[in-house]
Every structure is written in C-alpha cells, then in structure tokens.
Design a protein around this ligand. Structure first.
Ligand SMILES: CC[C@H](C(=O)O)C(=O)SCCNC(=O)CCNC(=O)[C@H](O)C(C)(C)COP(=O)(O)OP(=O)(O)OC[C@H]1O[C@@H](n2cnc3c(N)ncnc32)[C@H](O)[C@@H]1OP(=O)(O)O
Ligand SMILES: [Co+2]
Length: 134
C-alpha cells in the first residue's frame, strides 16, 4: 500500500529564518512560502533529490500545530508523509486495522494539490502520519 516518502515535516517557530538556514547555509532549493488557511499553516518545501522537507509555521487562531509548538518552542519533527495510489482504500484499510483518521475522515486537498489524510499519532507509534494520493 505504501509508496514513496513524500515529505518529512518540521514545525518551526520562524519560517523565514528556517527557510534561510536551508537555502543559504545548506544550499538547498526552497519554495516560496505558501499559505494554506484551510490547514492552518504556512509551508515552505525544501527540495531534496529523493524527498522533500516541509517547513511549517502556524497560520491563524486554530492552527493544528500551535499546541505542538507550545510544547516544543524551538520546533521539531511534526509528521511524516507517505504516498499511496488509492487514498480512500488506504484510509479504509487503516480504519479496519483500528487506526483513527483525523478530522471528518474525508480527504482534503494538501499543499501539492492532491488529496491527503492524517492518521492519529497514537495509532502510529507516536508519529503523526499523513497519506497523500499520488
Ligand atoms: C495538508 C497540508 C500540508 C501538506 O503536507 O500538504 C500539511 O502537512 S499541514 C500539517 C498540519 N496539519 C495537521 O497536523 C493536521 C492533523 N493534525 C491534527 O489534527 C492535530 O495536530 C492532532 C490531532 C495530531 C493533535 O491535536 P492537538 O495538538 O490539538 O492535540 P494534543 O496536543 O492534545 O495532542 C494529542 C496527543 O497527540 C500528541 N501529538 C500531537 N501532535 C503530535 C505530533 N505532531 N507528533 C506526535 N504526537 C503528537 C500529543 O502529544 C498528545 O499525546 P498524549 O499522549 O495524549 O499527551
Ligand atoms: Co505534510
């Protein structure tokens, strides 16, 4: 069911500073900041040869990463994202296996314009897990 590792996401307290660290110090190609109000975050993608790093900053009052950053004020690894060919089939398989799908259980459109879902970290051994249909 699992395809490639699409991205590893890092929640950061200062997106511009984090993006500069990756672009200027590490010499990586980074995207422009992209505001995703529906998801309560602003994202910058760091492009690597084999995957991406997603830098996340809270956006708005109800950001899902606000509590995480309150607990980890310097930032930290927030989630991992795997590609799947059929997201609803993957969701149904996870639910049948006893995992909780976050939100209303229906896919939303993510930062890449493709459907995504999140699986509760408590059902993935402490790691918040995003599935993206590719
Ligand atoms: C989709 C756009 C973009 C893309 O890639 O395309 C993105 O990735 S946007 C990313 C931001 N969106 C999300 O994270 C959506 C899913 N997340 C959530 O619904 C919440 O953040 C949730 C439910 C994981 C946590 O909600 P909340 O913070 O309100 O609850 P708690 O703080 O009470 O946490 C409950 C429980 O989970 C543990 N936790 C929370 N966040 C994480 C995490 N990132 N990794 C691992 N564990 C996490 C927290 O410590 C609590 O554990 P407990 O043992 O109960 O104390
Ligand atoms: Co993500």
């Amino acid at each position: 069911m699992l395809g490639r590792l699409n991205h590893v996401a890092l929640a950061v307290p200062d997106l511009a500073r984090a993006a500069r660290r990756y672009s200027e110090t590490l010499g990586a190609t980074v995207s422009e900041p992209q505001a995703l109000p529906e998801h309560g975050v602003t994202v910058v993608f760091v492009e690597l040869d084999n995957t991406k790093v997603e830098l996340l900053e809270p956006l708005g009052e109800a950001s899902p990463i606000a509590a995480f950053l309150a607990k980890n004020p310097k930032g930290g690894m927030h989630h991992i994202c795997y590609e799947v060919a059929d997201l609803k089939a993957a969701r149904d398989r996870m639910v049948a296996g006893g995992a909780r799908v976050l939100g209303d259980g229906e896919p939303k459109i993510g930062a890449h314009g493709r459907p995504v879902l999140f699986i509760h970290p408590g059902d993935m051994f402490g790691t918040l897990t995003e599935l993206e249909e590719v």
